[in-house]
Ligand binder design. Structure first.
Ligand code: MN
Length: 720
């Protein structure tokens, strides 16, 4: 085949595919890099892959080393190249991510683990939509664009050595995946050099006959046309030189895949293809591009409607160039692209061309930012509504995790989402009955945070239902709304059941009959809609049974008066949230027998007509009355920061003058409100007093107890 000068087309020089060669290559653009660390990475990979061979029969290390070379060709940073060397160690050998992190640091470990994760995605390119989803998934996973570049180089080398794979089926599978997923990804980040290579390699496997025939025709064309190509190059060069413009001109053969696509798309045959060669003019500055264009257009016959200015309007992936077509020798059409060196670099390497390696750049964040900035620039430069939407969607993936159902459907959730969010996204009933999940085949609890790429199968149980702590683990709006609605419904059912008990037990038969007759008046009095509402209000304590009785018996009562101010102030509502657990929305009463305060272990019991009564866990009185009290409810303290609670102390004092005064003075000095004090018992030398104090919590009362014990007259202090 005729050699056409073409920059960047040379593959890694296989003869020089050694670690020494790699070190030299990196040194050519980054002289101060840590070669010993690179050597260490090579040794690590080499020893871990020692027993393995490629399908070609080569030692396995040849693959990661080739990937590292390709990354060095792109002038990537050392971490990326080391990740290239190590990219298969965690997946395919006994090496662990912890080993990698210990030796090479967290940045390399992150890159290796991300590439490993990407490798685990099983692409099944059944439909276009699916392929598109997968492309989004890959981009989302490769939040650090270097991950994607390492993965692309991995794929490129695998494609270059694909013919060694013995099974045709697996060769075709890999080739399809490359064409559907990886080549478009390379295009999306502007790496058209990589894109073309991937496409041509895949094309050769998927349509071997078409590929062979195009290659044969191209060779034939080369033989006949090489003088023409050379003469066109010389002609263009002289036009530019005469115009006083320094430029580099070369002819470039179209690639087999793009020729095939064109034949397919335009429904023409090979001979009708007029432009098997393209010509490029590379100049120094942007203004030179337009000058070159002017010189060419002046000297040649321009084919109408073929001029495109991608410099003033770059493509979405940052591609910039001028395109035009002119008439050539023997009536041929000549396609010409005019661009600067930098534009050429961007056209070939895309996002990698934006990578400005700064020697000794310390901050990992700065590097990362530059990369992301490169991607964002590409994403921002969009034209057309469809493209804009597409690109905007991609940006949104930055704060999403993309997971799969067992059937392979993709579900996107906000970052930080848990199994609960996933379950509610499937269906609200699945959410309500969710007990856990298989994530990537392992059973995990509900609060497990999901990662992009996870495959999630929800486990449900008939007797399971949401509990209030689910709300703190769910972060998606859908899950939260469903959980709240379920909990509200549950509470209402509980209140209703309790209200029913109160109604049944506390009302006389005659009162019930009266109620039935005057129901509409009673409901109107309380501004309620149904008997169920009334029961729920009774259970919740928003209506007392005494009030209900009163209304039933007094036919003249029509509307409920608004609560008086002091009633309102004393309403238990102001302490809402002080106690959490079942029935905690009811009026809360703190038991007078044990005076619970925050910090005490507590239990609750529902008392008809009173609400939730809170006792200390070790309350003897509660225990002795356990049977009539019923089952103790599991409750705990909630928001109590701005509340005061009544704590009761039993203090034993020496029978000395001023003993009581000392105690009261100390309490006042500590600014604790003393609401009640009583002398209980007098002995010969001492006496016991009981004090009720307004305290914040257990710690508060214990500090006061400590101070009291310091008093000369105090013999003992204890809580009652
Ligand atoms: Mn690999």
């Amino acid at each position: 085949m005729t050699q056409i000068p073409f920059k960047n087309s040379a593959n890694t020089d296989q003869k020089n595919n050694t670690i020494q060669g790699l070190i030299e290559k990196i040194r050519s653009y980054n002289s101060g890099f840590d070669a010993s660390l690179l050597q260490k990475a090579y040794d690590f990979a080499e020893s871990h892959h020692k027993e393995q061979k490629r399908a070609s029969g080569d030692p396995y290390i040849s693959h990661p080393l080739s990937v590292a070379f390709m990354l060095a060709d792109l002038k990537l940073d050392l971490s990326s190249i080391i990740a290239g060397l190590l990219h298969d160690t965690v997946e395919d050998t006994v090496a662990t991510l912890e080993d990698v992190e210990k030796i090479f640091g967290s940045e390399v470990a992150f890159l290796v683990s991300s590439v490993t994760k990407l490798s685990k995605i099983n692409f099944q390119t059944k439909s276009h939509a699916q392929a598109e989803n997968l492309r989004k998934l890959v981009i989302a996973m490769a939040q650090d664009i270097r991950v994607l570049i390492v993965k692309l180089m991995d794929r490129l080398h695998n494609m270059e050595t694909l013919h060694f794979l013995p099974s045709e089926e697996s060769r075709r599978h890999v080739a399809f995946e490359t064409l559907e997923i990886y080549a478009p990804l390379a295009q999306r980040i502007g790496m058209s050099g990589v894109q073309e290579k991937l496409q041509n390699l895949a094309f050769a496997v998927i349509h071997p006959e078409s590929y062979q025939s195009i290659v044969a025709r191209l060779e034939e064309f080369h033989e006949k046309g090489k003088d023409i190509v050379q003469s066109v190059v010389e002609n263009l060069q002289s036009i530019l030189k005469e115009g006083g413009l320094a430029a580099y001109v070369y002819g470039r053969e179209k690639k087999s895949y793009s020729i095939w696509r064109k034949i397919q798309r335009k429904n023409i045959n090979f001979d009708e293809l007029s432009d098997l060669f393209g010509f490029r003019i590379i100049v120094e500055a942007k203004a030179d591009c337009y000058q070159a264009l002017g010189l060419i257009h002046h000297a040649k016959v321009v084919i109408p409607n073929t001029f495109k200015d991608y410099i003033s309007t770059p493509k979405a992936n940052h591609y910039q160039s001028l395109h035009t077509k002119v008439l050539g020798p023997h009536g041929t059409r000549i396609e010409i692209q005019i661009r600067t060196k930098y534009m050429e670099e961007v056209a070939e390497r895309g996002v990698a061309a934006h990578w400005h390696y700064k020697q000794g750049a310390p901050a990992h964040d700065v590097k990362k930012y530059q990369w992301l900035q490169g991607l964002l620039d590409i994403l921002e430069k969009t034209s057309g509504a469809e493209e804009f939407l597409e690109q905007t969607k991609l940006e949104m993936f930055q704060d999403q995790v993309l997971c799969f159902t067992p059937k392979g459907d993709m579900i996107s959730l906000p970052r930080g989402a848990t199994v609960i969010d996933f379950a509610y996204n499937v269906h609200s009933e699945v959410g309500n009955k969710c007990t856990g999940a298989y994530v990537n085949g392992h059973v995990v609890p509900l609060k497990t945070e999901l990662q992009t790429g996870d495959s999630v199968q929800i486990i449900t149980g008939q007797n399971y239902q949401p509990s209030s702590d689910w709300e703190q683990y769910a972060i998606s709006g859908k899950a939260q709304a469903n959980i709240r609605r379920f909990l509200r419904m549950q509470k209402r059912l509980q209140f209703k059941a309790l209200g029913q008990q109160i109604y049944t037990k506390e009302l006389e038969e005659s009162e019930k009959q009266t109620y039935v007759k005057s129901e509409s008046r009673v409901l109107k009095y309380f501004s309620l809609h149904s008997f169920d509402d009334l029961l729920a209000f009774l259970g919740e304590g928003r209506v007392s049974i005494a009030e209900v009785k009163n209304v039933i018996q007094n036919a003249q009562l029509l509307t409920r008066p608004l609560p008086k101010d002091d009633e309102y102030l004393n309403s238990p509502k102001k302490e809402m949230g002080a106690v959490q657990g079942p029935f905690s929305e009811m009026p809360i009463h703190y038991a007078g027998c044990c005076h619970p305060i925050p910090g005490d272990k507590i239990i609750g019991v529902v008392v008809q007509g009173k609400g939730l009564v809170v006792h200390r866990h070790q309350c003897d009185l509660f225990k002795s009355k356990q049977e009539e009290n019923g089952k103790a409810l599991d409750i705990h303290w909630g928001k109590t920061e701005n509340l005061f609670f009544s704590g009761r102390l039993l203090v034993s004092l020496k029978n000395t003058i001023g003993a009581l005064g000392d105690v009261v003075t100390l309490v006042a000095k500590e600014k604790v409100e003393l609401v009640n004090i009583r002398v209980l018992k007098r002995y010969k030398d001492s006496f016991d007093i009981m004090m009720d104090l307004q305290v914040k919590d257990k710690e508060h009362i214990e500090r006061l107890m400590g101070l009291l014990r310091f008093l000369f007259s105090v013999q003992s202090v204890q809580r009652m």
